[in-house]
Design a binder for this molecule. Structure first.
Ligand SMILES: [Zn+2]
Length: 183
C-alpha cells in the first residue's frame, strides 16, 4: 500500500507499515471481531491510523451495527436501488435522506434509519408503492402508465415470475395532461 513509504510523524525516522488486526467490539450485547486498519512505525514502533484507515474502521463498525439492528447492509441497499433502476441521486429524490444519502448508506458511512429501511424494503416488495413514490418525486415513470389499458392495470402483480424491472427515464418528469384524446 502507499502507506508503507510514509515517514512516521512521531519519530520522523521510521516508515509506517500498514497492518490489519482483529479488534473485539460489542454492540447491544453482541460481540464480534472487526478488521482494524492501522500502521506501525518500523523504527519507534508507535501505532497510528491515518484518515483512510479510520474511515475503513468506522465503516466496519457501522456495517456491524446494521447487522445487529437488522438493517439492510450497504451492499443490500445498493442491490435494491439498482433493482429499482434508480441512480443514487434519484433514489434520494424518491425516498429522501438528502442528495448523498445513498452513497453513504451503500458505503456504510452511515446507517439508514429504521424508517428508511422499512420504506426501502416495502418499495422493493410492492411495485405499486414504489411507483407512487416515484411519481410524487417526479422521477421517471410517467410514460409507463399513460398508454396501459385498464385491464392491465387491474391485473395482479406477478412478482414471483420475473423481476419487475422497468426502464426509467429520468428526463421524463412531466405528467400527461388529462385525457385529451378521449372521444
Ligand atoms: Zn516512528
Amino acid at each position: 500500500m502507499s502507506d508503507s513509504d510514509k515517514l512516521c510523524p512521531i519519530c520522523g525516522a521510521g516508515h509506517l507499515q500498514p497492518q490489519v488486526g482483529k479488534s473485539p467490539v460489542e454492540y447491544k450485547g453482541q460481540a464480534t471481531e472487526l478488521d482494524l486498519h492501522f500502521s506501525v512505525c518500523d523504527a519507534c514502533g508507535s501505532e497510528q491510523s491515518d484518515a483512510a484507515q479510520l474511515r475503513d474502521n468506522k465503516r466496519a463498525m457501522v456495517a456491524f451495527k446494521k447487522q445487529v439492528d437488522g438493517l439492510l447492509t450497504g451492499a443490500e441497499v445498493r442491490a435494491l436501488r439498482e433493482k429499482l433502476g434508480l441512480s443514487q441521486a434519484d433514489a434520494a429524490k424518491v425516498f429522501g435522506g438528502g442528495p448523498v444519502a445513498f452513497s453513504k448508506y451503500e458505503s456504510d458511512d452511515v446507517a439508514q434509519s429504521e424508517a428508511m429501511d422499512k420504506l426501502l424494503r416495502l418499495a422493493a416488495e410492492d411495485t405499486t408503492i414504489f411507483d407512487a413514490l416515484a411519481r410524487k418525486a417526479g422521477v421517471g415513470q410517467a410514460v409507463a402508465w399513460t398508454n396501459v389499458d385498464a385491464a392491465v392495470i387491474r391485473s395482479p402483480v406477478h412478482r414471483s415470475d420475473r423481476p419487475q424491472l422497468r426502464v426509467i427515464s429520468s428526463s421524463t418528469t412531466e405528467e400527461e395532461p388529462h385525457w385529451s384524446d378521449a372521444a
